[in-house]
Design a protein around this ligand. Sequence first.
Ligand code: ZN
Length: 268
Amino acid sequence: MSRSPYQRYSWQSEIFTCESHDIERYMALLDEECQRLNLKPRTLGKVEGHPIQLLQSPKASAGLPSILISSGFHGEEAAGPWGMLHFLSGLSPELFEQVNLSLLPLNNPTGFIKGHRFNIFGENPNRGYLAGVDDAKPTVEGKILLESAQLLQAASKDGILTCHEDVLQTRTYLYSFEPRQQPGSFSQQLLAALAESFDVAQDDDIDGCPVENGFIFNHFDSSFEAWLVRSGAKVGACSETPATQNFDRRILANSAVMQRFVDYILAH
Ligand SMILES: [Zn+2]
């Protein structure tokens, strides 16, 4: 089996009482959370009129860890962006006295609206960041993010988490990056957060990568997350929730892995 770039997926959320591709409702609820938390929105660029937004905690401080959470690179992986909204709804503004938090909630708005993987130009928005790995060139979204490279590298200096889903899987797994030979406590804790909602994938080959104990470890492709780790992020992870499972469960699992990522950073 392989992923179709244009197969359209739509799920109903009971939590948010809407369809997964309802971008108007998504942006309206995101805006409410931004105002409540006093997050600073910055439009890095636009794709077909839709903003690629970076949200940052107010008054970043040099003495605090700086971490970045991103989602919505693939349009059919909708529980990432909705999970981020759920995660934000559980935060209190006092968190920003402990961490400089940056968020990229929706990096492929045209794919999100259609509910399909690629953008409407037929490009994969999670390839083409790290040069020399494959033949992929930056997409329209990638160019927007790469134009803000310095900003995003500073924002992810202590860690990057990006939240994806896998429409072919019934189980969860995690790509992770740590400066060591085997997955350490960072990887273990994030996978444990996902494993509270789903069984962990058995050892197998997924997209040409060996999965061992639920991890694809230190795999450098031309993805956004691999690029930021190569650029200096201390740790990195890409969570994969199984999109054959219930949508709200996946939203809650994405929210939980984001919270665990923050908790890990605060404890280290
Ligand atoms: Zn993905």
